[in-house]
Design a protein. Structure first.
Length: 438
């Protein structure tokens, strides 16, 4: 049951409650029948009649149930910016669809103390043959705005979208980024107390994403609007949200500090074992990089420890087994380091090159760690030939090639616990200072 309680005021010592979720469950029945339309359902029945085995399985599946949400309890207050993260299938989008009244809950209650703007699929309802200006009025009406409200905001919508020169052009000629800009701008300017977003900033240029995040933060702070945001981009979650919820298998497994939530979510990823053998799953771009298989990275293993856990200022001792199909000159390796939230940290290039004869070879690799702060990292490994003119020729690449964890250590030289949220992922060598004599 979803009830609208815009006229109620919650009296308490903190900010007023905007969303209260109690015992929320959403159940789906497994199986193929149920296309959502009569025509689609009839088509599925016809297909099943031609396939007795599929029909038998459908009959068995018909009684199986799946809970996309299984007992959610939440209280969200005015002005909060809430991130919702979790793996695919955790129930994130289902939760926002229920809050947006797109689907109804199976059990439980959702009380909304304000008007909701949903940005689950930005631009829904746009017509390609209509201009950007015409679609502002069309989409604004779909989102619940009156013509008078749109008239008062149309100039602000166009200005925010940065599409002044194209606003009277049919949007079928818009790029995907332009489409997103217009859709977000219309939805953002709808008068509401609650904003619900699901990966709507995944498309669009960086400058516009930054402006959207700043605008959302400002409207939450100044206007008291409540924001719920789903994303797999941990950087935007960290920038926007002051509270984060982690969902797993339809249940809340954490609700609190954003950095802690991100650490819990990313902690679900496993570190590599002491040895990893590279297969097709590590080479998604193999058809591009290795049109002719001249060189293959076969495996990588740790030489000095059972698990890839290091302290600051250590180095990884690695052994790579590889195979050359022909004589290769000036072979180099490039380790591209990524932090656990998807931020590219740095690249470690070969300080020297080797020549290989045809056949199998083992390479000893030392990867310095002493500049990295605590956390989980992965390294994509690229093998290349250096042509002597500053150019490289890629001959193999594995993604990821190596994953590891850095643990902090405090000693006399490293006397401060590094706060990488504010200071960065790389700790540079200490600067020195001394008093100057007059």
């Amino acid at each position: 049951m979803i009830s609208d309680m815009s006229d109620k005021t919650m009296k308490n010592s903190e900010a007023p409650v905007m969303i209260r979720v109690c015992g929320l469950k959403k159940k789906y029945h497994l199986g193929r029948i149920g296309a959502g339309t009569l025509q689609g359902t009839i088509k599925e029945w016809r297909e099943l009649r031609k396939d007795p085995a599929a029909a038998k399985k459908q009959k068995a599946d018909r009684h199986q149930e799946f809970y996309a949400l299984n007992g959610i309890d939440l209280t969200i207050r005015k002005g909060e910016k809430i991130g919702i993260i979790g793996r695919n299938g955790a129930g994130k989008s289902t939760l926002l669809k229920i809050l947006s009244r797109i689907t109804a809950p199976t059990e439980g209650t959702v009380d909304l103390y304000g008007r909701v703007t949903s940005m689950l699929e930005v631009g829904t309802g746009f017509h390609g043959d209509m201009t950007g200006r015409e679609n502002i009025y069309l989409n604004g009406a779909i989102l619940g705005m009156t013509k008078a409200e749109i008239d008062a905001k149309v100039d602000d919508i166009i200005r925010f979208s940065e599409l002044e020169d194209f606003i009277d052009t049919p949007i079928k000629r818009y790029s995907s980024g332009m489409f997103i800009k217009l859709g977000f701008s219309v939805a953002f300017h709808l008068e509401s107390e609650i904003i619900v977003m699901d990966e709507v900033l995944a498309v669009g240029d960086i400058a516009f994403q930054r402006k959207c995040l700043d605008s959302l933060a400002k409207t939450a702070r100044d206007d008291g609007r409540t924001v719920l945001y789903i994303s797999h981009n941990m950087n935007t979650v960290r920038q926007l949200c002051d509270r984060c919820i982690v969902l797993d298998k339809g249940k809340v497994i954490y609700d609190g500090d954003t950095d802690e939530a991100i650490a819990i979510y990313l902690g679900m990823q496993k570190l590599m074992p002491s040895e990893i053998v590279y297969g097709p799953e590590h080479r998604p771009d193999d058809h591009i990089i290795r049109a002719h298989k001249r060189f293959t990275m076969e495996s990588l293993k740790l030489m000095d420890r059972p698990t890839p856990v290091f302290h600051s200022r250590e180095e990884a001792q690695l052994e790579m087994r590889c195979t050359a199909e022909e004589r290769l000159e000036n072979l180099g390796l490039r380790f591209e380091l990524w932090y656990q939230d998807g931020t590219k940290v740095a690249t470690s290039l070969s300080g020297n090159f080797v020549d290989l004869e045809p056949g199998e070879t083992r390479l000893r690799i030392r990867l310095p760690m002493h500049h990295l702060t605590s956390g989980q990292y992965r390294a994509d490994i690229v093998a290349f030939l250096f042509d002597g003119s500053g150019n490289e020729i890629k001959i193999d690449a594995v993604y990821p090639g190596f994953s590891f964890q850095i643990e902090p250590v405090l000693d006399q030289e490293n006397y401060l616990e590094w706060s990488h949220r504010f200071w960065g992922l790389i700790r540079l060598d200490d600067l020195t200072m001394e008093k100057m004599l007059d």
